[in-house]
Design a protein around this ligand. Structure first.
Ligand code: SAM
Length: 334
């Protein structure tokens, strides 16, 4: 694999802030539900959307992989009254305790569509048709390949028919909190042209995806490198906590931090693998991050080719989430 040999200039800006409404909410909550780590991420994503005027244009918001709809809940709350138009939540799974239920009795157009993104054609969604020029896409922790599917869906399926002719529309903006690059697949990946341009093969890509998990695959650090710093359990995420409970051998040994969607590989196997590689945790993390960014560079290339400005931005501190980079897409100034 030639990861060390290519030089890709990929600027990552830093934009960690809080939308005032969420800031206020966080200040007055007592975090019984351990929601702060999610709310802080939502607060920063909303703040970025505000800065780039995504909230002020009477947009039609489409959230991909909405889960319980918490991000969309805050989008709806943060859009000024006169600009609230249409809010569409996409998820392939059935969800309980959905935040969008809170708007059931309102006059707002809030719609949930249960579909796999790969089958979604936005131009055919009736509620989008009269707002097809006003679409803003969002996602938070939409794992790996589903992020590519969502980008493809936004770029290729905003098509309307006027006087018998098909018209392709551009999105107004897109903000995606990225995650789980190790779950990307060659079939769905949108950055193939970029990688192939740099002589990477499908096999290299698969390796890259595996290695990407080093950036977030939990620390197990206290098990692997006993003398290193212990990461705080406070930062462990819900699913990380679950993994922690499952893993008796680790439970008795140490504190652990695992990211939301980290690979669920037993620590003994990881230990064996990493020992063979003779790489320190810090080295693995850096290499893992480089793979994630290389995968993102392909996505940015795809979006630029499609006529957009696209960049990466760190939207939250890594103590809140190890998956702390978002992809921000805006229309090119003409
Ligand atoms: C990790 S959860 C994130 C949920 C929510 N956005 C959040 O931040 O809490 C990922 C969500 O994406 C949905 N998802 C994953 N792949 C999908 C696909 N191909 N089509 C539709 N939904 C998908 C899953 O069902 C799940 O609800």
């Amino acid at each position: 694999m030639r990861i060390g040999l290519i030089k890709v200039k990929l600027e990552i800006t830093q934009n960690i802030s809080m939308h005032p409404l969420l800031k206020l909410e966080i200040a007055k909550s007592d975090d019984k539900l351990n929601n702060f780590k999610h709310m802080k991420q939502q607060a920063s994503l909303l703040s970025i959307m505000n800065q780039f005027h995504f909230l002020q244009n009477g947009s039609c918001f489409v959230e991909f992989g909405a889960g319980k709809g918490q991000l969309m809940y805050w989008i709806i709350r943060c859009v000024p009254e006169s600009e609230k138009k249409s809010f569409i939540l996409i998820d392939k799974s059935a969800q309980r305790h959905k935040s969008d239920n809170k708007f059931k009795d309102s006059d707002l157009q809030v719609e949930r569509i249960r579909i796999d993104i790969q089958h979604l054609f936005l131009g055919k969604v009736p509620s989008i048709q009269d707002k097809i020029d006003k679409v803003v896409g969002v996602s938070k922790h939409l794992c790996g390949g589903a992020t590519d599917l969502a980008i493809k869906c936004l770029i290729n399926s905003l098509i309307s028919e006027r006087n018998g002719e098909k018209v392709k529309h551009k999105i107004c903006g897109l903000l995606m909190a990225l995650c789980c690059h190790h779950q990307c697949s060659w079939d769905t990946y949108i950055g193939k042209d970029f990688l192939e341009k740099h002589n990477f093969t499908e096999r290299d890509f698969k390796l890259m995806c595996c290695i990407a998990s080093w950036a977030t695959c939990g620390l197990r650090k206290t098990v692997l490198e006993k003398n290193d710093t212990v990461y705080s359990e406070e930062n462990a995420t819900d699913e990380g906590d679950e993994n922690l409970k499952k893993n008796e051998s680790v439970k008795n040994n140490s504190t652990i931090n695992s990211e939301e969607h980290a690979e669920d590989i037993p620590d003994e196997i990881l230990l064996n693998r990493y020992n063979k590689l003779n790489l320190k945790h810090e080295e693995r993390e850096v290499i893992g991050l480089q793979c994630k960014r290389l995968i993102d560079a392909g996505r940015i290339f795809f979006l630029k080719e499609a006529g957009y400005d696209a960049k990466l931005t760190t939207y939250i501190d890594k103590s809140v989430s190890l998956e702390n980079v978002a992809l921000l897409v805006t229309c090119k100034e003409s």
